[in-house]
Design a binder for this molecule. Structure first.
Ligand code: FAD
Length: 553
């Protein structure tokens, strides 16, 4: 259902009475203006992707009212953010910052602690502060989406000169996606590696009653230091940026990002591979090509079922049985599509002028054809609405939304991901694919894996699509995800990113030397956020006030 009244009433955060909370909210309203604080006391309303809610996850893995905000606050400046931090410390109310809140598959805009006050930074802090056409860099606020940055570059007449890198969906925030270490598909696809410089508001109030704001890297220099803030990420002394990604140590109010020079030409290509067993030898072929940059972008090797599902039709169009859709049925339906019958599809792009592309593409063609049954699909044969062209847009820096279509696989389509990282080795790919297949089989779920090949590692992204209103199915999905995380950890693999609901489990797998890493994170958390107000529990990091008190899942 699109909107339903709150069954459990206003989600007041734990540790404060409803009356005291409402008084505190009025105080915040009078400080920021009544329009900039809204109470979440009426309904759970979902929209489509571009009208997503900012109070909860529109693709919930649990009950929609489990991870839900009590109120949303819209700061318009760094001063407003500082004021909100002071207010939260005074009342001990948990805050959850989002930039846009389209973190779908990983918790959307939901806070980890029920009743947190969401800081929606993106609504009002959405300026592109600079696009530097000499250095190919930009400086943005949290509300700048990939679409907005792309449009502004076109508007300034720089579209022929520079590209952005976008994830599969362009409606996310450049800052939010990068802080969660998201990926895109040009050679600048590792967003965290491509950022340069942060401005951060810290979550505590100092002895002087003030809240600290600082800039990392060259941004820390005094007057005039901004000239290299977006060109050199490190500055002098410890490199601090890392502790503000996938964490709850600070609120990022500005971020620098690098932009890619137009390479002077580009050409997408697609190959299909006939057999499931082609996976391991193909990954062995991909590794040296990727490390030596013959394969230049974060490329995708997708299972045939994903190629079918991204057509946007519901599963019932193809199959009505229970349990995972059988391979022969998948293959039968693929026969009438552009890829034809196959097990795997490789999507890639070559960059540069034609003579440079030609050289690289012929090496790739020779190498891929070492797999018997490999087919190159000629793009000239593909209609304009074929998904291939969406990959083509994304890998050349043009935001798109086609990828959303596979979410229609189930009614009330929702999804959550299992995303382990491994070396680019055939044996690793087989082990991860094998365990995913086994666990999906046990829970009767369709398996849609995609290997996203970075430079020296690959992410296996397994998206489980489920009915967001079907509690029974969601229980099976959660069981499947938790089993895969444990199986992978036992084999020495860890996730690069995870859903809010699974963060404790995933953090728990990074437990070398008696959980030394989490002990370090806890030390930082207690030092930087002694009252524990900022995003408690995010990435498994709990402040002292919450730690070991039953919040962990
Ligand atoms: P937000 O939701 O704003 O931020 C993400 C998290 O970072 C927040 O929950 C918060 O904890 C933290 N955060 C955000 N802003 C701040 C801040 N200013 N200070 C401190 N902490 C902050 N993702 C990819 O990376 N690549 C893909 O190719 C991709 N494909 C997808 C395809 C589909 C069909 C779907 C549904 C999702 C896909 N996603 C992908 C996942 C997700 O949609 C994107 O990563 C999206 O960009 C994240 O949402 P956002 O940018 O709005 O970030």
């Amino acid at each position: 259902p699109d909107a339903a009244p709150l069954r459990r009433g206003l989600p007041v955060p734990q540790g404060i009475s409803k009356t005291a909370f409402l008084v505190a909210i009025e105080e915040l309203r009078s400080a920021l203006g009544p329009d900039h604080v809204t109470l979440n006391d009426k309904e759970v309303k979902n929209g489509w992707y571009m009208e997503h809610p900012n109070t909860h996850d529109m693709m919930p893995l649990f009950d929609s009212e489990e991870f839900i905000a009590s109120a949303v606050v819209y700061p318009g400046s760094v001063e407003d953010v500082k004021l909100i931090v002071k207010w939260a410390n005074k009342h001990l109310i948990p805050l959850f910052p989002i930039s846009i809140g389209r973190n779908l598959g990983y918790g959307g805009s939901a806070p980890r602690v029920r009743g947190s006050v969401t800081i929606d930074l993106g609504r009002r802090m959405n300026r592109i502060l600079e696009i530097n056409a000499d250095d190919f860099t930009c400086l943005v606020e949290p509300g700048v989406t990939f679409y907005a940055l792309h449009e502004e570059i076109q508007k300034r007449g720089l579209g022929d000169k520079m590209w952005i890198d976008t994830p599969d969906l362009g409606g996310g925030s450049v800052v939010g996606n990068t802080l969660d270490r998201g990926v895109g598909y040009t050679p600048y696809g590792d967003h965290w590696a491509c950022h340069s410089g942060l401005e951060v508001v810290l979550p505590s109030v100092g002895d002087d009653g003030d809240v600290s704001v600082f800039r990392t890297g060259m941004g820390a220099l005094g007057v005039g230091g901004e000239n290299t803030w977006q060109c050199f990420p490190y500055g002098f002394g410890p490199y601090n940026d890392g502790i503000f990604s996938q964490s709850n140590f600070g609120i990022v109010t500005k971020m620098g990002m690098t932009l890619m020079p137009n390479p002077g030409g580009f050409e997408s290509f697609m190959y299909t591979f006939a057999n499931e067993s082609d996976l391991a030898p193909l990954i062995e072929i991909i590794r040296p090509l990727r490390i030596s940059n013959i394969l230049e972008n974060v490329a995708q090797l997708r299972h045939g079922l994903q190629t079918l599902s991204v057509k946007g039709h519901p599963r019932t169009n193809y199959y009505n049985g229970s349990g995972p859709m059988p391979d022969p049925i998948i293959r039968q339906h693929l026969r009438s599509t552009a890829t034809g019958e196959c097990a795997w599809v490789y999507y890639g792009m070559s960059y540069g002028p034609a003579h440079i592309r030609g050289h690289k593409l012929s090496i790739i063609d020779n190498e891929f054809h070492r797999i018997p049954g490999c087919k190159r699909i000629d793009p000239a044969t593909l209609p304009a609405d074929e998904y291939f062209w969406s990959r083509d847009r994304i890998a050349s820096g043009t935001p798109d939304l086609e990828e959303l279509k596979w979410v229609n696989w189930m009614p009330n389509g929702a999804h959550a991901a299992f995303s382990p990282v491994s070396p680019i080795k055939g044996a690793d790919a087989e082990k991860l694919y094998g365990l995913a297949k086994r666990r999906h089989g046990e829970q009767g779920l369709d398996l849609m894996p995609a290997f996203c090949v970075g430079l020296r590692e690959m992410h296996l992204i397994v998206e489980i699509v489920y009915d967001g209103t079907d509690m029974g199915m969601k229980k099976r999905v959660e069981k499947c995800l938790r089993d895969m995380i444990d199986d992978a950890a036992a084999l020495g693999y860890g996730e690069y990113r995870t859903h809010l609901a699974l963060m404790d489990q995933v953090a728990g797998t990074y437990n070398w030397n008696d959980n030394a890493l989490m002990k370090f994170n806890n030390t930082l958390k207690d030092a930087l956020d002694p009252n524990g107000i900022l995003a408690p529990g995010r990435c498994g990091i709990w402040p002292k006030r919450y730690r070991n008190r039953g919040w962990e899942l």
